[in-house]
Every structure is written in structure tokens, then in C-alpha cells.
Design a protein around this ligand. Structure first.
Ligand code: ZN
Length: 450
């Protein structure tokens, strides 16, 4: 069976991920993401009203015109998890394909939000939920199966999809870290990866998340981030002034830890900001997700009223968990820094950033500005109380050992970002141009000829 991989987006950047695998007459698309930094750079862009081609020209969404080079029909669109760089272009591109969107439950919930917020296009693709550990047949040949393997990442319900073909498995490895003690959900299913590496024809191709390929060692578990956060928050138990925390709104496990430790030190946690309400709201609606019951407000009026209440009842009784961990100009924490909210920071108040700055000039500049504004109000900053959601080098090594893939394709980075992975794979016997395929956006790699 002829097998081709189209590297559509996310091979020159971290963002706008999209990859298609053609096996015979059937095609499966993995991810349809947005490159948020290309959007945020323009002050006035409203993506929900924009046409796909304009967004492609901006570099904001994948240029899927390369799909016309693939001789087959798309049978499924499979987002791996709910981060915008993996689902943010579904509302702009999915309607062009007559195929269902297949994803894990929390991801489907967030895809629904994306589709609802869209003003320009109607996405009518069927939404199909599949859990980690499950498999479904793809296409009419009877020879293809799609399997979801449970992985661990900075959002719940992340999976790695595997397309089983007669030529071997294609394993799409975005995004994950190797977490054996995640705060929510099951550990990464390494046993299953090892099985896939050894059963049948083995692994034909592995596409790897290279976000942290240039980082040595191992990415710690979420339980390590939880311990660090606990250490910071317990150390503030006697402080009776204001404490404010921020993190990635989609990082449900981290928000859960913030809520729990706030209560431990005698404060009432309240989630504030549109995206806080969106992600935590979705998590609290899900069956089987161990998310605490907590107050949250997403609309301006509710937020202002809550800040008033906090000021009236005493800042020492509350822990507002707000948006703005990257210093986004319109986010809640940045507005607090500019003294634009009723919440007044006093000399000595604490601000906890349970996030790192995404290493990108726009973010770095905005975060610098935000921290300075907060500092000018007297705030003490607790920075980088966080661990990454992506594998570092030893995790990449372990994945190669588990899967023993015949071909590897580094993804989710640019050329510079791939370099650490090329070195690692080279040391494991892979050869550039033979079975180690470093590529850019818009290419087709033929793995098996007819
Ligand atoms: Zn991700």
C-alpha cells in the first residue's frame, strides 16, 4: 500500500500544526492549528470574521493547498488535544473536507467552542468522540485502523493517534511529556507504545514533538510543578494581603492545584477571565474529570463585581486566578498592573506566575512590560513556578527505544529547533535524507511506493 505524509503546518514554527497521512486511497489529517503569534502581532485582527486564504497568507493557519497533491479522500480529521495550535484552524478549514472530526472528549468539547465562535464559516463535520485506548476502522479497505494512545501533556485528554496500515504503524507524536504521576488522568501508556513497536510490521513512521529537542535531560512530571506551587503558596500562609496567581487557562491540572492550595492556606479561589471560564467550565462539565467545584467569571461585569467584593471583604480572604501569564495586553493581570481594575495592589502583595514565558519576542516583551507594571504597584513576583508539557532529549530517546520506528520526522519546531533532535536521532543510527526526514511546510514525503 502506498504511504505518503504531507507536512502541511508546524514544520517551520511552533504553531499551526497540520499533517496528513495517505494510506492507499484514504487520508487521515492530524491537527488543524493556529499560529497565535501571527495573529496577536496585529492589534485589531478578529480571526472569527476572517477568510481562510487571508489567514493562510498571514501564516496564521496551515496552507492546506498541498492536500490537492494527495490522491485520496480525507476520512477523518484528528486533533490530538485542545491547544489552539492544534485545533484553532478547524473552524477555518474543516468544512472543506467531507470527513468527521474524531477526538478525545475534552478536545471535542473545545472544538465545539471553536465552531460556535466562528462567524465566517459553517462547520458541519460530524463530531465523533473516541477515548484513549480505543480503536476505529478508517475507510472502506478494511486494512486501516485508527488508535488513540493515552499520553500526558499540559492539558487533559491528550492522545497520540496511531494509524495502523499493512505497511506498519504511523505514530503521530504531538504533543506530550512522559508523566507517570500526572495530577489529573492516567500516566502515559508506554506499555502500549512498546507493543506497537514490536507487533506486526512495527512502526513505519514516527512524527515527533520537538518543542524541547534542544533541552537536555528529562521534563519533570506535573506532580513536580504541583510541589513547587505548594512550596510557594504554603510559604505565603501568614501573609494577609493580596495574592494573585496566573497560569495557562487550558492547564486544568495546574488550575486544580491552585484552587486546592488556595483553600489549604485559607483563601477562597476565584477564576477570572474569559478563557479561564471557557476551559475550566468545560472541565467541570466533563464526566470523570477530577476538577474541583469553584467560582468562575468570564464576563467583564461579573469580573468587576468580583473585584469589588474582594476589596470590600478583604484581599487576604481570596486568591484570584487570572489570565495574563504571557503579559497579553488585554488580559486581566496586565490590566491589574495598569491599575485598570477595582483590585488595588499594595506594596508587598504577591503575584505568582505558574507559567514560563513562551520564548518568542512578542511574548517576552509583553511579559517584561507586565511584570514591570506590577512591580511599580509594589507587587512581589514569583516567577516560573512551572514545568513544560513537552518531552526533553531523554524522553525523545526513550520514545525511539520504545517504538523503534523505520522513519522519523521531527515536527513542532523550526530548523534551529530540530537540530537537537537530528543529533539525537543521528546517534541512534538514523541518517538525514534516508530515514530521518527533516522538512518544511508544504512537502510530501513518500514512505512506501506502490
Ligand atoms: Zn500542546
Amino acid at each position: 500500500m502506498e504511504i505518503e505524509i504531507a507536512t502541511i503546518g508546524g514544520y517551520e514554527e511552533v504553531g499551526r500544526q497540520m499533517t496528513a497521512v495517505r494510506a492507499g486511497d484514504d487520508i487521515v489529517v492530524f491537527d488543524m492549528g493556529l499560529n497565535l503569534s501571527k495573529v496577536l502581532i496585529h492589534d485589531d485582527v478578529r480571526t472569527e470574521q476572517m477568510h481562510s486564504l487571508d489567514l493562510i497568507d498571514m501564516g496564521a493557519i496551515p496552507d492546506d493547498r498541498v492536500m490537492s497533491d494527495l490522491q485520496g479522500d480525507v476520512k477523518a480529521i484528528v486533533p490530538t488535544h485542545g491547544h489552539l495550535d492544534h485545533i484553532g484552524a478547524i473552524s477555518k478549514l474543516a468544512h472543506r473536507y467531507d470527513a468527521p472530526i474524531v477526538a478525545a472528549p475534552f478536545t471535542i468539547e473545545l472544538v465545539k467552542d471553536e465552531i460556535q465562535d466562528e462567524n465566517k464559516f459553517n462547520t458541519e463535520n460530524d463530531l465523533v468522540t473516541m477515548e484513549a485506548g480505543e480503536t476505529m476502522p478508517i475507510g472502506d479497505s478494511g486494512e486501516l485502523d485508527l488508535e488513540f494512545v493515552n499520553v500526558t501533556h499540559s492539558i487533559i485528554d491528550a492522545i497520540n493517534p496511531v494509524l495502523h496500515t499493512p505497511e506498519g504503524a504511523v505514530v503521530y507524536g504531538l504533543d506530550k511529556r512522559m508523566d507517570h504521576t500526572p495530577v489529573i488522568g492516567d500516566p502515559i501508556d508506554m506499555d502500549r507504545f512498546r507493543e506497537i513497536g514490536r507487533e506486526g510490521e512495527g512502526v513505519l513512521c514516527y512524527i515527533e514533538d520537538c518543542t524541547n529537542a534542544n533541552k537536555k535531560g528529562r521534563t519533570p512530571s506535573e506532580s513536580v510543578a504541583r510541589d513547587r506551587l505548594k512550596d510557594v503558596m504554603y510559604s505565603l500562609e501568614d501573609y494577609d494581603g493580596g495574592i494573585v496567581a496566573t497560569t495557562f487557562s487550558s492547564h486544568i491540572a495546574r488550575v486544580k492545584s491552585l484552587v486546592e492550595f488556595a483553600r489549604d492556606i485559607g483563601r477562597k479561589p476565584i477564576l477570572l477571565g474569559r478563557s479561564m471560564e471557557k476551559y475550566s467550565g468545560a472541565a467541570s462539565r466533563m464526566d470523570g474529570v477530577d476538577f474541583p467545584d469553584v467560582e468562575m467569571y468570564g464576563r467583564r461585569q461579573g469580573i468587576e463585581r468580583t473585584f469589588q467584593r474582594i476589596m470590600n471583604e478583604g484581599k487576604g480572604n481570596f486568591l484570584p486566578v487570572v489570565t495574563g501569564h504571557q503579559g497579553e495586553p488585554r488580559a486581566m493581570l496586565t490590566r491589574m498592573g495598569r491599575a485598570e481594575t477595582p483590585y488595588e495592589l499594595d506594596e508587598g502583595d504577591k503575584v505568582i506566575f505558574s507559567a514560563t514565558v513562551i520564548p518568542e519576542p512578542t511574548n517576552e516583551g509583553q511579559r517584561y512590560q507586565s511584570e514591570n507594571l506590577l512591580g511599580m504597584q509594589g507587587a512581589r513576583i514569583y516567577d516560573d513556578v512551572h514545568v513544560s508539557g513537552h518531552l526533553s532529549r531523554e524522553g525523545h530517546y526513550q520514545m525511539l527505544q520504545a517504538l523503534q520506528p523505520q522513519n522519523v520526522i521531527p515536527a513542532h519546531q523550526n530548523m534551529k529547533g530540530f537540530s537537537g533532535y537530528v543529533e539525537l536521532a543521528g546517534n541512534q543510527g538514523y541518517k538525514l535524507g534516508r530515514d530521518l526526514h527533516v522538512t518544511t511546510n508544504g512537502n510530501v514525503i513518500q514512505l512506501v511506493e506502490e
